[in-house]
Write a protein that binds this ligand. Structure first.
Ligand SMILES: NC(=O)c1ccc[n+]([C@@H]2O[C@H](COP(=O)([O-])OP(=O)(O)OC[C@H]3O[C@@H](n4cnc5c(N)ncnc54)[C@H](OP(=O)(O)O)[C@@H]3O)[C@@H](O)[C@H]2O)c1
Length: 332
């Protein structure tokens, strides 16, 4: 089969498309013929050796894919050959076939196409967990989403709206905030790119306060970190929840801890992958909720760009270069 491979750490242009043997189907596993896979920020980090876990070289990047089961391993009872599924493998999705443990595979509804199914698991899985289990977002609350036109960002805009929140979406360009409006954001604004100086940080806080009638945001969803985090924490409402999702803008910020005291607010860590490992049943029920929301038309993953497997390195470069809106897909 063909697979996109990382044979040496570095930028996406170092990736190669190679012919490799089909993966072995171990007991408890299934073999999936992939139709689509989606790119996530961890793929960008992993090929450079910057992710929190690092596979041995050579490896095929790609954390999630969707396709059809073509082989069943010993002991697997919940799947059959021909089932339409998505798989969250963390690795190996940018290939024609992926072997996956049955616990990381889910059947997808007949009404969901493979591109949507590949785009959904990590972004919507993370965001539903963040808003529901971690922030306990309530109807009528204000939700501020940073990096709102990115993968997890746009998923959060839609889910926040579906949960009855007033959604404020913030991103770096007009095109990106327009997309957030299209996906249901109540208010949008553009923030500057690059390192924000003190005045720009104050302006960011003031903008959020202005859009929340001086009260501040009840919940802040922050996948970008760096110099954007502190001004958002300063513009959080009393009893607010600030969700630590990721650091796409670069640095891990250091926050004056007295802000949590002064605002009676919580800084809440979100590590979806670890939670899934510890709570597989609750995660399945979250996905059932996501499937229902999709059937009802309340969520609709945006696939903005699609690349072939041969051109898979460009898909990863697209995300790295901040050009992605919604999800970037690789099709097989
Ligand atoms: N905690 C968890 O469980 C979990 C799960 C999934 C993902 N994540 C994390 O969430 C973050 C976003 O992931 P994603 O898949 O949504 O990525 P993505 O689609 O690339 O979106 C990231 C957004 O960050 C913004 N950004 C700001 N500065 C950037 C920079 N220097 N380079 C690139 N983007 C920059 C961009 O929006 P603007 O241009 O509008 O600023 C971009 O749309 C990553 O840090 C990822 O590791 C965490």
């Amino acid at each position: 089969m063909k697979a996109l491979q990382c044979v040496e750490l570095g930028m996406p242009d170092k990736l190669q498309v190679n012919d490799v043997p089909d993966p072995e189907v171990l007991p408890g596993h299934v073999l999936i013929e992939n139709k689509a896979a989606s790119v996530n920020f961890p793929d960008v980090l992993m090929i450079q050796g910057l992710y929190q876990f690092q596979p041995e070289l050579p490896f095929s990047p790609g954390g999630e894919s969707a396709g059809t089961i073509i082989e069943i391993g010993e002991g697997v009872e919940s799947f059959e050959i021909g089932d339409r599924v998505f798989a969250m493998t963390g690795l190996g999705a940018f290939a024609e076939k992926t072997v996956a443990h049955e616990n990381s595979v889910m059947k997808i509804p007949d009404t969901m196409n493979f591109e949507t199914a590949a785009a959904l698991p990590m972004t919507y899985g993370t965001s539903l967990y963040a808003l529901k289990q971690r922030a306990e977002l309530k109807e009528g609350e204000t939700l501020l989403v940073l990096g709102a036109a990115g993968g997890v960002g746009l998923a959060t805009v839609e889910l926040g709206k579906a949960m009855g929140a007033k959604v404020i979406a913030a991103a770096s360009t007009q095109e990106k905030v327009d997309l957030c409006k299209k996906h249901g954001a109540n208010e949008v604004f553009i923030y500057p790119t690059g390192k924000l100086d003190r005045d720009q940080q104050k302006e960011l806080s003031s903008k959020i306060k202005e859009l929340t009638g001086g009260v501040g945001a009840n919940v802040v969803y922050d996948p970008i970190g760096d110099c954007y985090s502190e001004p958002c924490i300063r513009a959080t409402a009393w009893d607010g929840r600030y969700l630590v999702i990721g650091f796409a803008a670069g640095e891990i910020p250091k926050i004056p801890i007295n802000l949590a005291l002064l605002k009676g607010m919580k800084i809440v860590g979100v590590f979806w992958g670890a939670w899934v490992g510890m709570n597989p049943k609750e995660n399945k029920s979250n996905f059932q909720e996501l499937f229902n929301l999709h059937t009802e038309g309340k969520i609709n993953p945006e696939v903005s760009d699609s690349f072939t497997l041969e051109n898979g390195s460009s898909a990863i470069a697209h995300l790295k270069d901040r050009k992605a809106k919604g999800k970037v897909i690789i099709t097989m």
